[in-house]
Design a protein around this ligand. Structure first.
Ligand SMILES: [Zn+2]
Length: 298
């Protein structure tokens, strides 16, 4: 087995194999830039330390019990598949949720361009890309999943609200979108919003647990990566609706309200989540949560 090496760059530690050495500067920069933006949202210094485990398949099982490619945050470390070496098996299954052949030609051309493909790419070209492209999975893992996992780690480190669990996931999804924006990654921001929207809209007919309370009830690790991704798409859809209604600053405002109101209280009730969202929005969101998202669960 190739030994694991440790590379330290400023506040970021990357643990990787020799074969990934050329990817390390990009991994470290993505982690540094994410931390710089996310840490202050949780009241932490912008150079708060980050450790990224960039693991090829052969090392995966020694660090997590999840299947290869299912990313996670464990004991403050971000565990990601070394997609430059081994294809992102679990993440590639997310293509099963997308009905690419049903997309209008114009929409398909737009999605292709966001993926960096020619606008003439066919549904099967897109499907192939979303299952096996190293470039796509480097973008996805470093520009979206890594900031998402860093947000979890900082949320835990700051001891601000992280239960109910869906709030923990929701905050991380919002933070990842905001990191893309903060880094000026306009293409990535649009790509990931669209990708998650497709998972939510098209995955709906393909997954078992559809509403927010159903996803919560199912238990996240038991639901499998496709339903889990659908659930994350639902969280992005919730956020996008609020942002549309309450402005582009809503996400940051919500994260700040959560920081200020829940410091030292990792467990809050669903009613309190709704109250804090309402505070950030400046309007009572109880009916929106209840009617649109079946929350709080009856
Ligand atoms: Zn997460």
């Amino acid at each position: 087995m190739a030994p694991l090496l440790t590379t330290v760059a400023l506040n970021v530690t990357v643990i990787h194999v020799e074969q990934s050495r050329s990817a390390v500067p990009r991994i470290a920069e993505a982690a540094r830039a994410s931390a710089e933006y996310v840490a202050p949202l949780y009241g932490l210094p912008p150079d708060h330390p980050v450790t990224v485990l960039w693991l090829p398949r052969e090392h995966w099982g020694s660090h997590t019990s999840l299947p290869y490619g299912f990313p996670s945050n464990s004991a403050g470390k971000e565990i990601l598949p070394a997609v430059d070496i081994d294809p992102a098996t679990e993440l590639a299954r997310l293509a099963n949720l997308l009905s690419l052949e049903d997309m209008e030609a114009e929409e398909r051309a737009r999605f292709a361009r966001l993926l960096g493909l020619p606008a003439t790419a066919s549904a099967s070209d897109l499907d192939h890309h979303l299952r096996s492209s190293e470039a796509f999975y480097l973008d996805f893992c470093l520009d979206f999943i890594l900031p998402h996992e860093i947000a979890h780690a900082f949320n835990n480190a700051a001891n601000t609200a992280r239960r109910p669990n869906w709030l923990h996931e929701w905050q991380a999804q919002i933070a990842a979108i905001l990191v893309c924006r903060h880094r000026g990654q306009e293409r990535q921001e649009r790509l990931f919003r669209r990708y998650y929207r497709m998972m939510y809209e098209q995955g709906r007919s393909k997954v078992q647990h559809r509403t927010l309370p159903e996803c919560i009830e199912a238990g996240y690790t038991a639901m499998g990566i496709e339903n889990y991704a659908y659930f994350h798409g639902l969280l992005v859809a919730m956020y996008c609706q609020l942002e549309e209604e309450h402005g582009r600053g809503f996400g940051e405002k919500l994260l700040r309200v959560l920081l200020e109101r829940t410091k030292g209280r990792p467990d809050i009730s669903e009613a309190e989540v709704i109250a804090l969202c309402s505070e950030a929005a400046g309007t009572d969101l109880t009916p929106w949560f209840r009617e649109r998202w079946h929350m709080p669960a009856p």
